[in-house]
Write a protein that binds this ligand. Structure first.
Ligand code: DX5
Ligand code: ZN
Length: 223
């Protein structure tokens, strides 16, 4: 299913109010909820771990899309399965055995994603595509929300061709807004993560702003 899905990143939500923020974005049309896990080691920022993700779970009625920016990954796979992740994405740069990691994620009952940093070529995942349900193309260097979009539409196009008729999503993460969304959608992306572009101007007491922001991105991406 290649319909465009909008996945707001709760990295841009109010950290004192995750439950209400998740409910608000889902009520306002979010297709998935994107959860950014950072370890202060693979990336220069630290967010939350399995107990927090487990606390988010009952609030998520759609799909909990967990993006791990951590190394190592393998020792934590079961903890994220237990926390209730639907999709678990690991970076191809996070260790030498992504092939094994993706197998382990599926064996733990989750969909498996593989993410690429901006400097990593599409070919890095070429031999992983039968083990992946999603490829996440980072269009910023991971670690922080609100950064400027890096135009990698070329890489997205190559990946879509490489994927062929496999049922693999291409997710874009970083700097997605109404201006950048059409470029990546036209190149073959179908899942758009957006943090600042969804949460800007809104709050749990003004949730309609989230709805407006989501539909602006969605409309722009219909190319
Ligand atoms: C970056 C995270 C992204 C980020 C996106 O390290 O993986 O998910 O929150 O935020 P924006 O949309 O503001 O670039
Ligand atoms: Zn992310």
């Amino acid at each position: 299913d290649r319909t465009i899905k909008i996945a707001p990143s709760i990295l841009s939500a109010d950290f004192a109010n995750f439950g209400q923020e998740i409910q608000a974005i889902e009520a306002q049309g979010a297709d998935w909820v994107h959860v950014d896990v950072m370890d202060g080691h693979f990336v220069p920022n630290l967010t939350f771990g399995p107990p927090a993700v487990k606390a988010f779970r009952p609030h998520v009625k759609t799909v909990m899309d967990v993006h791990l920016m951590i190394t190592p990954v393998d020792p934590y796979i079961d903890a994220y399965a237990e926390a209730g992740a639907d999709i678990l994405t690991a970076h191809v740069e996070a260790g030498p055995h992504t092939h094994r990691t993706l197998q382990a994620i599926r064996a733990a009952g989750m969909k498996a994603g593989v993410a690429l940093n901006p400097g990593t070529p599409a070919e890095a995942v070429e031999h992983l595509l039968d083990l992946a349900d999603l490829v996440c193309v980072m269009t910023v260097n991971p670690g922080f929300g609100g950064q400027k979009f890096i135009d990698l539409t070329d890489k997205v196009r190559r990946l879509r061709a490489m994927i062929g008729d496999r049922p693999v999503h291409i997710e874009i993460d970083g700097g997605v807004d109404a201006t950048t969304a059409p470029k990546v959608a036209a190149a073959g992306a179908d899942v758009l993560v957006a943090g600042s572009a969804v949460f800007k101007g809104g709050s749990v007491s003004a949730p309609d702003v989230y709805g407006k922001n989501i539909s602006t991105i969605r409309t722009a991406a219909q190319v």
